[in-house]
Each structure stands twice: as structure tokens, then as C-alpha cells.
Write a protein that binds this ligand. Structure first.
Ligand SMILES: [Ca+2]
Length: 249
């Protein structure tokens, strides 16, 4: 599965247009694709990847910043699969419900079910407005009119949802789009002891001997501290649950 966020060149939904500025690729998930859903478990690859404000440009546009993507069997329906795209990292405690999706961005799950790393189906989420009444329209899974960096907004379902509520855009599909605790964990403080030179650009505090590691390994699970949990950081999640069969069309 490939996921993509792309800034729109216009604002009117439904018009074909070129969307080129940003693309985020979870490389291993491209290889897994939806085909993994029907392969023996031994063949399924687990991907490890995360991205939080990795460049000045993306840090300045957090609504375009994908942190993590997840795909897993529904815990309540064996016929369903759940897709999750998390964006907008580092939302502080208490700020989750006052942070919104970027209405100028087309959020997409791109599903390759033929193994060639070219999407065969897309699920698109497009937001309108900001604030607690922000609306979300969903289209797909649908075969895209164009692939790769050239994308169109495909036909959306008529039923729209509202920020931070669960809704069903079409029979069999459930969608949630809103704030959630960031599930990614990382011992950033220990990372800075291994790579001291990485600290200053983030913390703004000069580090003595930035090229001299103070340690060479991460701490054990018993003693490690998750930077994101300690600081109670949140993300915005787009969660889609739908039948596995609908991704195999
Ligand atoms: Ca394909």
C-alpha cells in the first residue's frame, strides 16, 4: 500500500488537476500491497517507518506531513481490513480537537493489488473548511484515472462526514477522521546521546562535543522513555474500515 498527500492547485472538488508537490511513500508497504491480505501470514512483511517534521518545509506544513500508516485486520470483523493514515505530528496536549486537516490537501491511500508498485485502487479523503464542523468526503476504493504523481479527485460518495466523528460514506465502510494520541514511540533523548549532532537543530540548544557519542545503543524496553508519550503528543488520523474484498476488485 502506498499513501500520498498532495497539495491541490485549486479548491473546487471534482475537477481533474495536476497534484505534484509532495509524495510520501512507505516503501515496504508498496511491496506488501493488498495481495498480502490473502497470502499466508509467513509471507507478510512488517514495515517499520515513521516521519515527524523531518524537513523545515514539511514542519511548516504539518497538514501535509504523514507520520505513520497502518494496515491490519479488523479486530471486530474478520472480513474487514483497517487502513490508518496519521498526519500532522506533534499536536500538543489539549490541542487535538482544535487542530484540523488541511483543506488544500488531497489525502490518499493508494492500493497496489498486482505487485507492480503502481496503484490499482485509491481511497481519497478531501476536507472542506476548518473548525469543529470540518467536513470530509471519501471516494473509493476506485480505479484511479491517473497514477503516480498525477492525480485527480475521483467521484466522492454523497454522504460526507464531520471531523472527529465516525460515519459510513457507503454501505460496509466506516470512516473516522480526527485527533488521536500518536501511537509511534521513540526514545528521542537516548537517540540524542547516540547522535548528539542531531539535537541542536531540533532543541535549539548547542551540544558540547556534538560528534562524540555518549552511548552506542538504545535503552532497554524497561528503561526507555517514549518522547511522544511523555509530552502527550497527538496526530490527526484518517481511519477507514472496509471489506477486504473491496480492495481486490
Ligand atoms: Ca498495480
Amino acid at each position: 500500500m502506498q499513501i500520498a498527500i498532495q497539495r491541490l492547485s485549486g479548491s473546487q472538488m471534482g475537477d481533474p488537476r495536476e497534484l505534484v508537490t509532495l509524495k510520501h511513500l512507505v516503501k515496504k508497504l508498496v511491496a506488501v500491497g493488498v495481495a498480502a491480505l490473502i497470502l499466508p501470514a509467513v509471507l507478510i512483511t512488517r514495515a517499520y517507518s515513521s516521519d515527524h517534521a523531518d524537513t523545515p518545509n514539511i514542519a511548516a506544513n504539518p497538514g501535509q506531513d504523514i507520520t505513520d500508516v497502518f494496515m491490519f485486520p479488523s479486530p471486530t470483523n474478520a472480513n474487514n481490513v483497517v487502513l490508518v493514515m496519521n498526519v500532522h505530528p506533534l499536536i500538543g496536549p489539549g490541542e487535538g480537537t482544535s487542530t484540523y486537516f488541511d483543506p488544500n490537501v488531497l489525502y490518499q491511500f493508494k492500493i497496489d493489488n498486482t505487485g507492480d508498485a503502481v496503484e490499482d485502487l485509491v481511497i481519497q479523503a478531501k476536507f472542506t473548511g476548518t473548525g469543529a464542523t470540518q467536513k470530509v468526503a471519501i471516494s473509493g476504493p476506485i480505479r484511479p484515472s491517473t497514477t503516480g504523481n498525477s492525480n485527480k479527485i475521483e467521484h466522492a460518495f454523497g454522504t460526507t462526514g464531520v471531523y472527529n466523528t465516525t460515519f459510513s460514506p457507503t454501505a460496509g465502510m466506516t470512516v473516522f477522521a480526527g485527533p488521536r494520541e500518536d501511537p509511534f514511540f521513540f526514545d528521542l533523548d537516548q537517540f540524542f546521546t547516540i547522535f548528539p549532532d542531531r539535537a541542536t537543530p531540533i532543541t535549539g540548544t548547542p551540544v558540547a562535543n556534538p560528534n562524540q557519542p555518549q552511548s552506542t545503543t538504545f535503552r532497554s524496553l524497561a528503561t526507555a522513555q517514549d518522547f511522544l508519550s511523555v509530552h502527550q503528543f497527538n496526530v490527526l488520523s484518517i481511519v477507514v474500515e472496509l471489506p477486504k474484498a473491496s480492495l481486490l476488485k
